[in-house]
Design a protein around this ligand. Structure first.
Ligand SMILES: NC(=O)C1=CN([C@@H]2O[C@H](COP(=O)(O)OP(=O)(O)OC[C@H]3O[C@@H](n4cnc5c(N)ncnc54)[C@H](O)[C@@H]3O)[C@@H](O)[C@H]2O)C=CC1
Ligand SMILES: O=C(O)c1cccc(O)c1O
Length: 264
């Protein structure tokens, strides 16, 4: 397959969390198409296998590690293995994230209280911060880049997703703080805040995911463009932020939301 994309990651190794699905999978494929050696991280090993195959088909070199961001021990184990094998890590992209609590997306404060607080904060915020901390050595050695994936949810509050929304707002803050800490070391830390994107995240609680996918495409979104994003559109923005084309961007979280909540 010939690719129209520039080879911005030739000779560089980039690790992607949440690579088993959705935006993470699309990002891994995009980076591989741009010349990166891609390291896939996720707790879903079946999904990682499918991404590995797609990355190889895109012509990329690939290696997978199991990672459970909710477990401090798992993050440490994976970070140590990764650092040993890749002493120069150019990029770390944090696409992993959870919105469901006990299988449902809507968890209103009054009815559900703090159920799911620890899980969502550990996966969406703490796990990523710990991973960055444990990989500072290889990232500094490569004068690399970290990309976090927040959400337009960071900039609004929905009754049923108040904990998720808070994790994404926290990630915007953590991104800025890590950028300040790592700028003197030559490492950029930037965020992408996607709007609604058609991925497994929305399809989990539906019996027929393919039918749901086409319903979502037809329904569109509540942004200026009037549609939801495809994961490849978010991946394109992430690969820009991770590339040297974004060499003067750090600390900020960029809206990739079709003119939705984060852009107004
Ligand atoms: N789909 C959407 O509309 C939007 C998604 N986002 C964010 O984008 C990121 C990617 O989301 P999608 O691709 O849509 O979701 P997805 O559900 O398709 O993929 C998320 C991935 O994270 C992995 N993951 C979950 N818990 C984990 C853990 N404890 N340890 C390691 N990996 C874990 C899952 O196995 C999965 O492969 C998430 O951070 C999400 O919050 C932001 C805005 C909109
Ligand atoms: O906008 C959404 O619907 C949405 C859904 C799941 C996760 C998100 O981050 C979202 O912004």
């Amino acid at each position: 397959m010939t690719s129209p994309t520039p080879q911005r990651f030739d000779g560089r190794t980039v690790a992607v969390t949440g690579a088993a699905s959705g935006i993470g999978r699309a990002t891994a494929i995009r980076l591989a198409a741009e010349g990166a050696q891609v390291v896939l991280l996720d707790r879903n090993l079946d999904g990682l296998g499918a991404t590995e195959q797609a990355v190889r088909e895109a012509g990329g070199l690939v290696r997978s590690y199991e990672l459970d961001l909710a477990s401090e021990a798992s993050v440490s184990r994976t970070a140590q293995a990764l650092a040993a094998e890749h002493p120069h890590l150019h990029g770390l992209i944090g696409c992993a994230g959870v919105v469901h609590i006990d299988g449902v997306q809507e968890n209103p404060f009054l009815e559900r209280g703090l159920a799911g607080w620890d899980l969502l904060f550990s996966v969406n915020v703490r796990g990523m911060a710990q991973l960055v901390h444990e990989l500072v050595g290889p990232l500094v050695a490569a004068r690399g880049v970290v990309v976090t994936v927040s959400s337009e949810a960071a900039y609004r509050s929905r009754a049923g997703r108040w904990i998720y929304d808070a994790t994404k707002a926290a990630l915007v803050s953590v991104t800025r703080s890590m950028a300040a800490a790592l700028a003197p070391e030559g490492v950029r830390v930037v965020g992408a805040a996607p709007g609604g994107t058609i991925t497994e995240m929305h399809l989990l609680d539906h019996a027929d995911p393919e039918a749901m996918r086409s319903r979502m495409r037809a329904a569109g979104g509540s942004n200026l463009l009037g549609r939801l994003a495809e994961p490849e559109e978010i991946a394109a923005a992430i690969s820009f932020l991770a590339s040297d084309d974004a060499s003067f961007i750090t600390g900020t979280t960029i809206a990739v939301d079709g003119g939705g909540a984060g852009s107004r």
